[in-house]
Design a protein around this ligand. Structure first.
Ligand SMILES: Cc1ncc(COP(=O)(O)O)c(C=O)c1O
Length: 483
């Protein structure tokens, strides 16, 4: 893939001003988010210092500088010990953990009578806690949307191991949304929802990490009324959208905090209804999860609530930073962040659509909705040359990296959405997957499918520190591929 050597940031200020004025005309509410420009200048100066255009917020959020300096100052002036003891170091850790737990509930407007917070390593760990402990039995069902992260898809292995059934509801191109009527038919399929009993789990993402589609939160009550428990993967949704657990009441919610404010990277949580936690059967016990365990008596008694799910020592030196990170988002204002990335996403979608080669052929095909309605700030797309051939996504990622632009390519651990977006048929996939041995590399997969690189898209995603200059610089970079 050849491009000119011009840096995407070597830009005529007048041109940038013109583009900015046109952007403001189309998205005037962006000006109401001006306070975030100040935050960008004070908390994220390192982006300018490193000449980096960061467009991978769905991969990982960025931490504000003060979160690190304040936390380092706190750690160096306090003594934290392993919790669960009355010694002062331990008691301080314990109280900070409980304060953070309470803050998480407040942040998501969840009643402490209804919900409990289980600290986990990340969203995947939270999803696994549910998957491995959900009481699947023969006759039970797991219902998944095609559009799911692999950490949700993986729950099907637990489901199958217990003889239960996995069903997928597809997404439909070009918007990559689920047909609501089809979903309702599948939800209605439980034999007799009043009397059948059993355990049935419906798991879907509040926002797709592939297409940015925001699947309806109304599905939660719809599914529950039909006898399903609902596991909401909120990992890609919560960094720039308000999840209000007083308005919607999923049984289980999984998320990672680094996606919301960048640091710490090793802490996520499962927010679960207290009654839904009781439904889970932990497959083992460990340090921290029991009240009593005996070797000679060969019995153990699980702790109540969240403690039964927190294996071993919590990340007590980092959990206080989660508390501070939530406060940071509250101070900046999640609604302001939401509006800002909505404006930038809208402009980027409009502009990507307008990029045309000399003969009018489109440079970009966006996978997913083309407007900001019911979608978030994650955009996946492919690029084409003037003859319509798809440009290599891996070469594009390398070229972007050389130009100081951080984006992502591939299928982003979301094979279902990727397969539909890229038009891979079940027949093609079966042929390749059935022909392979126990192991298959990405290259083998690509070779088998079309003799080329593994299938994939390009993804850019925006977040709390994004600016117009970021998206504009990215568009200038893309313009270099116009012929
Ligand atoms: C929608 C979604 N779910 C789950 C995950 C898994 O998150 P983690 O890798 O933090 O466990 C991700 C990560 O990108 C995601 O975007």
């Amino acid at each position: 893939m050849s491009t000119s050597s011009q840096s995407p940031t070597s830009l005529d200020p007048a041109l940038e001003r013109d583009a900015y004025d046109a952007f403001l005309e189309a998205y005037p509410t962006y000006t109401t988010t001006a306070a975030i420009d100040e935050v960008r200048a004070t908390e994220f100066q390192r982006l300018e210092d490193q000449h980096l255009v960061y467009l991978d917020y769905t991969g990982g959020g960025l931490y504000p500088a003060s979160l690190i300096t304040d936390h380092a100052a706190f750690l160096t002036t306090h003594v934290l010990g392993n919790p669960h003891s009355v010694n002062p170091a331990s008691a301080l850790s314990g109280s900070l953990i409980e304060r953070c737990r309470a803050h998480i509930l407040t942040f998501f407007n969840a009643s402490p009578d209804e919900y409990a917070v289980v600290f986990t390593a990340n969203a995947s760990h939270a999803l696994k806690l549910v998957g491995e402990a959900y009481p699947f039995e023969p006759g039970d069902q797991l219902l998944l949307t095609f559009d799911n992260h692999n950490s949700v898809n993986g729950i099907r292995e637990f489901d199958r191991a217990h003889g239960a059934r996995t069903t997928y509801v597809p997404v439909t191109p070009p918007d990559l949304r689920v047909d609501g009527a089809r979903l309702e038919r599948l939800l209605d399929e439980l034999p007799d929802r009043e009397t059948a009993g059993g355990h049935h789990l419906f798991a879907y993402p509040a926002q797709s990490n592939f297409s940015g589609v925001q699947h309806p939160l109304e599905w939660i009550a719809l599914a529950q009324a039909r006898g399903w428990d609902v596991l909401l993967d909120a990992a890609a949704f919560v960094p720039t959208n308000r999840l209000d657990l007083s308005r919607v009441h999923p049984d289980y919610v999984a998320l990672s905090f680094y996606k919301m404010f960048g640091h710490p990277t090793g802490v996520g949580c499962l927010i679960a209804k207290r009654e839904a936690l009781e439904k889970l059967h932990r497959p083992w016990f460990s340090g921290g999860t029991i009240t009593v365990a005996s070797v000679q008596g060969d019995r153990h008694f699980l702790a109540d609530g969240a403690a039964a799910f927190e294996d071993g020592t919590l990340d007590y030196s980092n959990i206080p930073a989660v508390d501070a990170g939530l406060s940071f988002l509250e101070t900046v204002g999640l609604d302001l962040i939401h509006e800002r990335v909505r404006c930038l996403t809208g402009w980027l979608l409009d502009t990507l659509e307008s990029l045309r080669h000399g003969d009018g052929a489109p440079l970009v095909t966006v996978f997913g909705p083309l407007t900001t309605e019911r979608r978030g700030a994650t955009i996946a797309f492919s690029m084409h040359d003037a003859a319509g051939s798809v440009l290599s996504h891996t070469a594009l990622e390398t070229s972007a990296a050389e130009s100081g632009i951080a984006l992502r390519t591939g299928c982003f651990c979301n094979p279902g959405a990727g397969e539909v977006a890229l038009g891979l048929s079940p027949g093609e996939l079966d042929r390749c997957l059935a022909a392979s041995g126990a192991r298959m590399t990405k290259d083998d997969f690509g070779q088998c499918l079309d003799g080329g690189e593994s299938p994939g898209a390009v993804r850019v995603s925006l977040g709390l520190a994004s600016t117009f200059a970021d998206v504009h610089t990215f568009v200038l970079f893309l313009r270099r591929f116009l012929r």
